[in-house]
Design a protein around this ligand. Sequence first.
Ligand SMILES: Cc1cc2nc3c(=O)[nH]c(=O)nc-3n(C[C@H](O)[C@H](O)[C@H](O)COP(=O)(O)OP(=O)(O)OC[C@H]3O[C@@H](n4cnc5c(N)ncnc54)[C@H](O)[C@@H]3O)c2cc1C
Length: 415
Amino acid sequence: MRYSVFSLLREAARGHTGWPQQWRSPEPKAAYDVVIVGGGGHGLATAYYLAKEHGVRNVAVLEKGWLGGGNTGRNTTIVRSNYLWEESEAIYEHAVKLWETLSHELNYNVMYSPRGVMMLAHTLHDVQVFKRHVHANRLAGIDNEWLTPEEAKAVCPPLNIGNLRYPILGAALQRRGGTARHDAVAWGYARAADALGVDIVQNCEVTGIRRNPHGAVEAVETTRGTIRTAKIGIVAAGHTSVVAAMAGLRLPLESFPLQALVSEPVKPVLPCVVMSNTMHAYISQSDKGELVIGAGTDQYVSYSQTGGLHVTTHTLDAICELFPMARRMRMLRNWGGIVDVTPDRSPIIGKTPVEGLFVNCGWGTGGFKATPGSGHVFAATIARGEPHPIAAPFALDRFRTGRLIDEAAAAAVAH
Ligand SMILES: Cc1cc2nc3c(=O)[nH]c(=O)nc-3n(C[C@H](O)[C@H](O)[C@H](O)COP(=O)(O)OP(=O)(O)OC[C@H]3O[C@@H](n4cnc5c(N)ncnc54)[C@H](O)[C@@H]3O)c2cc1C
C-alpha cells in the first residue's frame, strides 16, 4: 500500500489512529485444524507456509505475549550456513536461499544484508576446526573461505590483528552470510499469514494440552478458553519443555539465558559480522549504527531473561581487545533471552510419540538464521504428517538411535 504526504499529515493530526492494521486481532475460534504455540519467527513462518504451500488455512498462532517478543526480537540476527554436517548444511542453506528472496516473497522489507560473516581462529585447534568446516562446506557447494590475519584485516579494517591475548591466526569467511532485521521477519510473516486467513492471537497463553482416551491431542487450554484441534505444533523456543510437559512429553532440552547488548549509534565502521567463539563474543553494526554485541550463555539453567553481568563484561573485554575503538563507546542497553539447547546442539523438528503433537525446538543460540527454512520444512511435516526430507534427520528419535548431529564446534557461541 502507498501513502501520500497528505495521508501522513492527516494521520499525524489524528494521532495515528486511522492506519490499517497489518494483521487482524481475532477472537480465537472454538476449533482449528492446526494450532501453533508460539508467535516467534519460526511459529509465524510455519503458519504462513502451511497456508500458502499446503492450503491449510484454518490455523491459529497462539502467543502468550506479543509477536516476536521472545528470542526472535532479542537475537543478534546473524545468518549463515557454514555448519559442519551435511544434515545441517542442508537446512541452514535451505534457509539462506529463502532469505535471499524473502522480502520479495512477503512484500515486506526484512532487510536481509549478506555482508559476510567472519569467524576468528585464535588457537591451532580453532584453525584446524575452521579449516575442516571450510573444506566440508565447499564440498557441499556452500561458500566458505580461509583468510590469513592480513586478509581478515583487509575485509574488516578495524580488526586488531596485533598484540592480542588471544592472537588471530586466521579466519573463516562466509561472504553470503550476514544479518536481517528481526522484528521485520516476525511482522512480515504475520502480515502474510494473516492475509491467507491464519488467526494470530496475541496475549493468549497455552496453559494445558488435552489428550483423548487414545492418547492423541484434542485441545489446548489457554488463558482465552479451550480450543479444539487434532494437530499442535510447539514452537516455543526456551519454553518448549514447559509446553511439552503439558502433554506429558519430556524432551532432551536445557534452557539457558543468553545475552546481547548494543552501543550508541555511530557512522558505519564495521563492514561485516565478526565472531570469536574462543573469546565468546560476536559483533555487527545495525543499519541504525549501533554495534550489536552478543555473549555466550550463562553457565546455569534458568528462565531469567536477565543473565549474569559478568558474562557481558567478559564479552566487552573481548570486543575491546578485538576492536580497540570500542573502548571509547557507550553501551546503551542489554537484555537476555531463554534458549533451548539440545545435547548435540542441533534442533529437533518433527513428530513426537504423542499423536498430533509436533515440535520445532532446540535451536539454542542459533535459530534465527534458520527461520524461513525451519518454518518451511515444519509446515510440510505438519501438513503431511511425515517429515520433510530436510527435517527428517532432526527427528526426536535420534537421541534413542544415537544418530546425533554434533554441531557443538559450529555452535560454540552458536550464531
Ligand atoms: C541474545 C540472543 C542472541 C541470539 N543471536 C542469534 C544470532 O545472531 N543468530 C541466530 O541465528 N540465532 C540467534 N539467537 C537464537 C534465536 O534468537 C532463536 O533460535 C530463534 O529466534 C528462535 O525463534 P522462535 O520463533 O523459535 O522462538 P521465539 O521468538 O522465542 O518464539 C517463541 C514464542 O513462544 C511464546 N510462548 C512460550 N510459551 C508459550 C505458551 N505457553 N503459550 C503461548 N506462547 C508461548 C513466547 O512468548 C515466544 O514469543 C539468539 C538468541 C538470543 C537470546
